[in-house]
Design a protein around this ligand. Structure first.
Ligand code: KG4
Ligand code: ZN
Length: 360
């Protein structure tokens, strides 16, 4: 490849996806490889930290080779390395973070520790097909909805402010838990999405409110309400099991599809309710929607429709970049590198918690 051109290596190992990407200086992905560990964790109905860390160790080296081959590049072409430093599972984070630091040291290029949530929040500015990224406005609002996080942040001239967060489960976790109770397996979001397409909303669940007037989210009540409805239809967990007997999606009865449509509707209604309230008190022009749940069919319909009515420019993460990936990490790293805000650099440690609003 052309010498002197920027090529940022992005490494992501915060949870159950090992991801490597190479991003050019225009914000275009030259390569993006993701290795999912779904199979390894499915047996346990959720992510097992020790299994995740070991799988990252095994997956990362071949994934890096494959990404370099895809980009027609060699390690010597890499001009900077970015790796997720948190939040996430510490043992899992350490794999990508240590690899990233080692590579940056060996190659004598800058190292940028990246906050996973910042990666998600910026992913809607990326082109899903590898084209150049869009311009990132100075100010925008970000709704990040994944399996581990449900937040609204305001990115502005003065830094990043958190406007809302979940007080219990994340939106993706709510999808996953309801799916598990119904016997649909892990991860549950895509299964609920597919069943909801075959269902009709029939008995809406209420949108919860906090008495203190906060705009925070809460999804744990929905989980309990859905469990009651599953009991009503005779889908109760087997003795000693946390989920119902496994169910093949094609065998799902109409009542279950309708319930999944109600669950999905309740989650999307709450997301839009909070976003609406926040927009009322501090209008925003650009809203990004990212994280695994941004792949949801109803989210992708309803949030842009909401924006059209209010004149808000809604940017959805490209479907291919809703889940964890290395492109968003490389992109967040590239931005920080260009603005000289690389934080602790090689001194960064893996953090299970790392509030985005604490970053400059
Ligand atoms: O961003 P992500 O890959 O990992 C985290 O950082 O958490 O998000 C994974 C989450 C899971 O909870 C998964 O069930 C959910 O995103 N998800 C969906 C859909 N696809 C993935 N939820 C609803 N509908 C979908 N189509
Ligand atoms: Zn994520």
């Amino acid at each position: 490849m052309k010498s002197g051109a920027a090529l940022v290596l992005g490494l992501e190992t915060s949870c159950d996806e090992t991801a490597v990407a190479l991003l050019d200086g225009a914000g275009g992905a030259r390569a993006s490889r993701v290795s999912s560990q779904e199979e390894a964790h499915r047996l346990f109905g959720g992510v097992v930290p020790e299994i995740a860390a070991r799988a990252h160790l095994e997956n990362l080296p071949p994934l890096l080779d494959a990404a370099l081959a895809d980009a027609g590049a060699s390690l010597l072409d890499v001009t900077a390395v970015a790796a997720t430093a948190g939040p996430g599972l510490v043992g899992a984070l350490l794999v990508g973070l240590s690899e990233g630091k080692g590579l940056a040291l060996g190659l004598q290029v800058p190292f940028v520790p990246v906050n996973h949530i910042e990666g998600h929040a910026l992913s809607p500015f990326l082109d899903g097909g590898g084209g150049p990224s869009a311009r990132v406005p100075e100010t925008f609002t970000a709704l990040v909805v994944s399996g581990g996080h449900t937040h609204v942040f305001r990115f502005g001239k003065d830094g990043i402010a958190r406007l809302a967060r979940t007080r219990d489960d994340a939106a993706g976790e709510a999808f996953d838990k309801v799916a598990k109770m119904a016997g649909l397996g892990y991860p549950g979001g895509p299964a609920v999405d597919r069943l909801a397409r075959r269902g009709r909303t029939a008995r809406p669940f209420p949108v919860p409110h906090f008495k203190d007037g906060s705009f925070d989210f809460s999804f744990s009540g929905l989980k309990t309400a859905a469990r009651d409805r599953l009991r009503e239809m005779g889908r109760v967990p087997a003795p000693g099991a946390s989920g119902a007997v496994p169910l093949r999606e094609e065998d799902a009865p109409q009542g279950l599809c309708d319930l999944m449509a109600d669950v999905e509707e309740a989650i999307v209604a709450q997301l839009l309710h909070r976003v609406s309230r926040l927009h009322e008190v501090g209008r925003f022009e650009v809203l990004t929607v990212s994280g695994g749940v941004a792949a949801n069919t109803l989210v992708r319909e309803r949030v842009p429709a909401w924006g059209r009515v209010r004149g808000v420019d809604v940017r959805l993460a490209p479907r291919a970049l809703t889940g964890d990936n290395g492109v968003m990490i490389a992109f967040a790293g590239l931005r920080r590198l260009r603005s000289g805000r690389t934080g602790e650099g090689l001194g960064a440690v893996a953090r299970s918690r790392w509030p985005l609003e604490s970053l400059g």
